[in-house]
Design a binder for this molecule. Structure first.
Ligand code: C5P
Length: 224
């Protein structure tokens, strides 16, 4: 059945493990589509914050997840007409995203949108549950990890590049808190799929990680 579907490479892992950079570069090299599933949770959270929704109201959040107007064209992220590419990267939006992502109904509300990205010639999907829940039949699954310290450093650099300042100790605390929430939730927790290749990027550049995954893709005949 899956042979009729376009090939998928899933890149899962904790926050700031370098998934986004690696997944985008892979998609570019392979000429594949790219799904940033975290952006879907971030947009839902941003819309909820703006609408003043109660972040414990699962029903209202799920309705929002199903109805929110999201557009990923031309490398930008839009909520309705508005370009929110920068706004969704703010720390408080990331935190709210991991709060709303705990609810099974919210997750279910975003499934169809994610599956719709799987079109020829193929897809690189980045998230937490891409290989375990959304694309369990993916041709190649990668679980990208890095030490909390390496990830806090990267996140701090990223924020500074966008003109935001963040204290490294606070970042480290937030990161651990988010890891805990993502790993301990009952629905789609952050775990490596049994058939995932685990790669530690603490001491490797994004380019080296991409090279390693490209080699794995070649071995499996993905994207050739
Ligand atoms: O990857 P990113 O940091 O942008 O994701 C924001 C939040 O969305 C994560 O902390 C996580 O709680 C949630 N998320 C998720 N499942 C995904 C992608 C993101 O629960 N597939």
């Amino acid at each position: 059945m899956s042979s009729a579907l376009a090939p998928v490479i899933t890149i899962d892992g904790p926050t700031a493990s370098g998934k986004g950079t690696v997944a985008k570069a892979l998609a570019r090299q392979l000429g594949f589509h790219y799904l940033d599933s975290g952006a879907l949770y971030r947009i839902t959270a941003l819309a909820a914050l703006r609408d003043g929704l109660d972040l414990t109201d699962q029903g209202a959040l799920a309705a929002l997840a199903r109805s929110v107007e999201i557009d990923f064209s031309a490398g930008r992220v839009r909520l309705g007409e508005e370009d929110v590419s920068q706004a969704i990267r703010r720390e408080e939006v990331g935190k709210a995203a991991s709060t709303v992502a705990v609810y099974p109904e919210v997750r279910a509300g975003l499934v169809a949108r994610q599956l719709a990205f799987r079109t020829p010639p193929g897809l690189v999907a980045d998230g937490r549950d891409m290989g375990t829940v959304i694309f369990p039949d993916a041709q190649l699954k990668v679980f990208l990890v890095a030490s909390a310290e390496a990830r806090a450093e990267r996140r701090s650099k990223q924020l500074m590049e966008n003109g935001n300042f963040a204290n490294i100790t606070t970042l480290l605390q937030d990161l651990r808190e988010r890891d805990r929430r993502d790993s301990e939730r009952v629905t789609s927790p952050l775990v490596a799929a049994r058939d995932a290749v685990v790669i530690d990027s603490s001491y490797h550049s994004a380019a080296e990680v991409v090279e390693r995954i490209m080699a794995l893709a070649r071995e499996r005949g993905v994207g050739l």
